[in-house]
Design a protein around this ligand. Structure first.
Ligand SMILES: O=C(O)CCC(=O)C(=O)O
Ligand SMILES: [Fe+2]
Length: 549
C-alpha cells in the first residue's frame, strides 16, 4: 500500500499551511470550474467518454488528479462491458485501458508491464478525493479508539451452550451472541480459501463445462453490479484500494457450486428439527424446537435466505436491518469481522430516518461512518439508557454469530474474508415476521426477481400461514398470532415494543438516499428490489442496502 495518496491529494485543512504557489494549482488548473464543489466537478467528469476524460486529464495538474479518481474509471469499465467478467489489473484506469478495443476479460496480455503510474502532484487539497484514500488506509486503532478492544457481546463456547439455552438466553430475548467451536467439523474451515473457491468454480463441479460461472459484486458507489469469475474477484480483491470496494454477495452459491454445500451444515442451534404437529407442547419446548420456519415454503418458493460473502480487508456492510424480520447466523470461514449492532429501539449515529420512518439516510460505506461518526458512537456506548447502547464484538474465523432480527448492524472485514450466512425464521421471530409480511408487503424482499418460483409479496403472508397450518405444530402459529394481537405474555411492554418495531419496519424498509449516484441496489439481501429498473440509471434511492469501503 502506498504511504500517501497516490496522486498526492491532501485534506483541505492542509491548504492553510501551504505556500502561495500550491494554492494556485487548483485555481489555475481548473480555470472556470475552480469554484465548483469537488463533488460537482466529479459529476461533470462522469459524463465524459473515456477519450475525453483521458484528454482532459492532460490539461493541468489539478485536472490530472480529478480525472484520475478511480470511481470514474471503474464506472467507465462497468458501463463499457456490462455483464462481462472483469480482469482487474492494478487500477481501474489501467483495467479500462487494457481492455479498450478488446474485452475486459481479455486484457491480460502483457499484464506485467504497467501502463499507468500515478504521478504525485502537490497543491491538491480535497476532502472528497482524500476520503476515498483514507477510508481504506486509515489506521482504525488511532482513528477509532476502542475499535479493536471494546466488546460487550457474549462469547460462549459451544460446550457451555446447548440449543435450549441458546434459545432461552439469546434468541428468545433477541440478543446477539458469538458461539465458539460450534462448527469445528466444517470442511469449509479448512478448505475455503481464495484458491479453493477459484478452483472449484472453474471446472470440476460445474456440470456445464462451457458455461462461465460468474459472480456479482456490488458497491454503493458503483452504478451497476460487476461480474467476476471467482478467480477474477479474488485477484481484484487483493489489489482493491477503494473507498467502497466491490463486495461479493452470492445467493446462488449452492446452485453454482453444489460441492460447497457438502462443506458445511447448519449449526445445531439453528438446525431444522421437527416442529411438527407431534412436537412437545409447553411454551418453552415450543420455543426450543429449532426450525427455519420459512422452509415450509420449499427452497424454490421461499425468500432468498443464504449467501456466500467475500470481500477484501476493510470492505464490509454499512448499517442495515436484515430482510423480512429474519434472524440470521453468520460464520466467517476466513478472516475476522468487527460487528457493531444498534438495538431496534436505537438509531445508529449517522443513520437518519424521516419522521414517518419511510426515508432513511446512511453513510455510503463503513469507512465513511467510522471516520465521521465514531465520536458520537463513543457517546452512545455511555448512553444513560442502557437499552440504547450499541453492542460490539470481533468474531474470529470459525465463530458463529447470531444476528437478532430488527437490529441495525454493520460489519467491517478486518482481514480478507470469506463468510457464509443464513437468514431464518424460528418461533422466536415468527410473530414479527408474520406481522411484517402482512403489513408491509411492499417492503418484502428476496422474492421479486424470481416471480416464477418464489411466492410473491402480495401472497406471501397467506401462503406462509397456510403452510404453517399444514406442517407445523398448531400451537406455534397460535402463539405467534396471539402475541401479535398484543395478548401475549409480555403484557404492557408489548405495546412499547410493537411501537418501536413499527418504526423499525419503516426505517428498515424505507427508501435510503445515496450520497452519490450509482449504488448497490440490486445486490445482496435486497437484490431483487430494483431488478426491473435499468441498472445504469442514477435514481437517487434504493431500499435498505449494504455498502462497502
Ligand atoms: O458479513 C457481512 O458483511 C455482513 C453480512 C450481513 O450483515 C448479513 O448477511 O446480513
Ligand atoms: Fe445483515
Amino acid at each position: 500500500m502506498p504511504k500517501g495518496h497516490p496522486y498526492g491529494v491532501l485534506p483541505e485543512g492542509n491548504s492553510f499551511f501551504c505556500d502561495q504557489q500550491e494554492l494556485l494549482v487548483r485555481a489555475y488548473g481548473l480555470g472556470g470550474l475552480r469554484s465548483m464543489k469537488d463533488e460537482a466537478l466529479e459529476e461533470i467528469l462522469s459524463f465524459l467518454p473515456s477519450v475525453d476524460l483521458a484528454g482532459v486529464s492532460l490539461t493541468s495538474r489539478a485536472m490530472y488528479v480529478f480525472a484520475h479518481h478511480s470511481d470514474l474509471w471503474r464506472d467507465l469499465t462497468l458501463r463499457a462491458w456490462p455483464g462481462r467478467p472483469i480482469n482487474y489489473v492494478r487500477s481501474w484506469k489501467e483495467t479500462y485501458m487494457r481492455a479498450r478495443g478488446r474485452s475486459c476479460e481479455d486484457n491480460a496480455v502483457g499484464e506485467e508491464r504497467t501502463l499507468h503510474m500515478p504521478i504525485c502532484v502537490r497543491g491538491i487539497f480535497s476532502n472528497m478525493l482524500y476520503r476515498t484514500w483514507s477510508c481504506f488506509s486509515s489506521d482504525l486503532s488511532t482513528a477509532c479508539p476502542g475499535f479493536f478492544t471494546f466488546c460487550d457481546i457474549d462469547k460462549v463456547d459451544s460446550s457451555f451452550l446447548d440449543s435450549e439455552k441458546f434459545v432461552e438466553q439469546y434468541e428468545a430475548k433477541n440478543i446477539p451472541v458469538v458461539i465458539k467451536n460450534a462448527v469445528n467439523d466444517w470442511h469449509a474451515l479448512k478448505r475455503w480459501d481464495s484458491d479453493y473457491l477459484a478452483s472449484v468454480s472453474c471446472g470440476e463441479s460445474n456440470n456445464d463445462g462451457k458455461k462461465e460461472l460468474l459472480f456479482r459484486a456490488t458497491s454503493a458507489t458503483a452504478p451497476m453490479a460487476a461480474n467476476f469469475t471467482l478467480a477474477g474477484y479474488f485477484k481484484y480483491a487483493r489489489q482493491a484500494c477503494e473507498e467502497a470496494p466491490l463486495y461479493l454477495f452470492e445467493r446462488d452459491f449452492a446452485l453454482k457450486l453444489p460441492t460447497l454445500e457438502n462443506d458445511y451444515n447448519v449449526p445445531i442451534y439453528f438446525r431444522d428439527t421437527a416442529t411438527t404437529a407431534t412436537a412437545a407442547t409447553t411454551a418453552t419446548t415450543v420455543g426450543a424446537k429449532r426450525t427455519d420456519l420459512f422452509s415450509v415454503l420449499g427452497q424454490e418458493s421461499r425468500p432468498d435466505f443464504r449467501w456466500l460473502i467475500c470481500g477484501p480487508k476493510r470492505s464490509g456492510s454499512i448499517f442495515h436491518i436484515d430482510p423480512n424480520q429474519t434472524n440470521a447466523w453468520n460464520v466467517s470461514v476466513q478472516g475476522r469481522k468487527k460487528w457493531i449492532f444498534y438495538p431496534p429501539q436505537a438509531n445508529p449515529p449517522g443513520v437518519v430516518s424521516s419522521d414517518d420512518g419511510a426515508d432513511v439516510t446512511v453513510p455510503i460505506c463503513t469507512g465513511e461512518w467510522l471516520l465521521s461518526f465514531w465520536t458520537q458512537h463513543l457517546e452512545m456506548r455511555k448512553a444513560k439508557d442502557r437499552s440504547l447502547r450499541p453492542l460490539e464484538v470481533i468474531v474470529d474465523a470459525g465463530d458463529v454469530i447470531f444476528v437478532p432480527h430488527g437490529y441495525w448492524h454493520m460489519v467491517v472485514n478486518l482481514d480478507d474474508c470469506i463468510a457464509l450466512t443464513h437468514n431464518y425464521v424460528s418461533t422466536s421471530n415468527l410473530k414479527d415476521c408474520l406481522r411484517f409480511l402482512r403489513e408491509r408487503p411492499d417492503q418484502i424482499s428476496g422474492v421479486r426477481d424470481r416471480p416464477q418460483q418464489a411466492v410473491q409479496p402480495e401472497e406471501l403472508y397467506e401462503v406462509f400461514v397456510g403452510k404453517l397450518q399444514d406442517q407445523v405444530d398448531p400451537r406455534v402459529l397460535e402463539r405467534a398470532l396471539r402475541d401479535r394481537e398484543g395478548g401475549g405474555e409480555r403484557g404492557d411492554t408489548m405495546h412499547l415494543r410493537e411501537k418501536q418495531q413499527e418504526q423499525r419496519y419503516q426505517a428498515a424498509s424505507g427508501v435510503i438516499k445515496r450520497r452519490k449516484k450509482g449504488g448497490n441496489k440490486d445486490k445482496d439481501k435486497d437484490k431483487d428490489k430494483d431488478k426491473d429498473k435499468e441498472e445504469d440509471e442514477s435514481v437517487a434511492s434504493f431500499s435498505f442496502s449494504f455498502s462497502f469501503f
